[in-house]
Design a protein. Structure first.
Length: 260
């Protein structure tokens, strides 16, 4: 048995869960390939027995990069067993229901639909920063949840969380609001005098939205607010509303296959 896991991860949380999923499948002797949705690799589902999709929640819904991926995903006639998961700072999110619906429309058979709580990467915009103790508790619980979910899947059992259509509709409206406000909100991201122009943010921006001009990193209008640039900076030189951000994602972001 062989599976494929397609993911998008702005700051490493969704990738962290992807690695846990891989680890748990390995326990059952099952191999899965992890493929970043940002890569231009052709989508080839036929070589796999099952598929997994992972995405962060951005204001109640999946980021556009994920919905664009769904558009490119082929329709299937033979129902392919599928796991779909979201990561978010709240306990749950209806974004996963919205993703499951898109996949069902294409013929995929949703076996597991789950949302996994992870640290809040946008704590400086909304919410609050958790203590190290709280963060490690969240990671322990997420790890346990992944173990439970993979066990269910291996036993051929189904799990459908976050099935509220009303919540999903609200999430879509909230998501649309975020998308409309992106050009305005992303103006809050700037580089400080400390920037050494290493270019790491520029090379790894999923929207190719960063350039260097007059010795400064400039953030243009295509930002999707994934916050990767803030957490990736080796000297923490990127500011939000002029403020230095505690890089709580620093360890997890290293898991992404970054372009050095
Ligand atoms: C722009 C933005 C919007 C977010 N909106 C939500 C949200 O609506 N609900 C939620 O629980 N978490 C929200 N979060 C938190 C992230 O979903 C969470 O930290 C996620 O695990 C990040 O995954 P990543 O590191 O793979 O990008 C948001 C984060 C960002 C950057």
């Amino acid at each position: 048995m062989k599976g494929v896991l397609y993911y998008f991860s702005g700051t490493g949380n969704t990738m962290w869960v992807a690695n846990k999923i891989k680890e748990n499948f390995r326990y059952y002797g099952v191999d899965i390939s992890l493929i970043n949705m940002e890569s231009e690799q052709p989508i080839n589902i036929k070589c796999y027995d099952f598929m997994i999709i992972g995405s962060p929640v951005h204001s109640g819904t999946e980021p556009k990069i994920v919905s664009n991926f769904f558009r490119k995903l082929p329709n299937v006639k033979k129902k392919i067993k599928t796991i779909v998961y979201s990561t978010q700072s709240g306990k749950s999110s209806s974004a996963v229901l919205s993703m499951a619906k898109s996949l069902t429309e294409k013929g995929y058979d949703i076996f597991i639909q789950t949302s996994i709580k992870m640290p809040n990467n946008r704590y400086f915009i909304l919410g609050k920063k958790s203590s190290l103790e709280e963060e490690s508790q969240v990671l322990i619980k997420s790890s346990e949840k992944v173990k439970k979910v993979i066990k269910l899947f291996m036993e051929n059992k189904r799990l459908k969380e976050c099935n509220s259509n009303i919540r999903m509709k609200f999430g879509r409206v909230y998501g649309k609001f975020l998308r409309n406000s992106l050009p305005r909100v992303s103006k809050n991201i700037t580089s400080s005098e400390e920037c050494m122009k290493c270019g790491l943010c520029l090379r790894n921006c999923p929207k190719s939205n960063i350039t260097f001009e007059n010795g400064h990193a400039i953030f243009h209008s295509q930002c999707m607010l994934c916050l990767r640039c803030i957490y990736i900076c080796p000297i923490n030189a990127i500011r939000y509303k002029g403020k230095k951000i505690d890089q709580i994602q620093k360890n997890r972001i290293k898991m992404l296959n970054l372009i050095k």
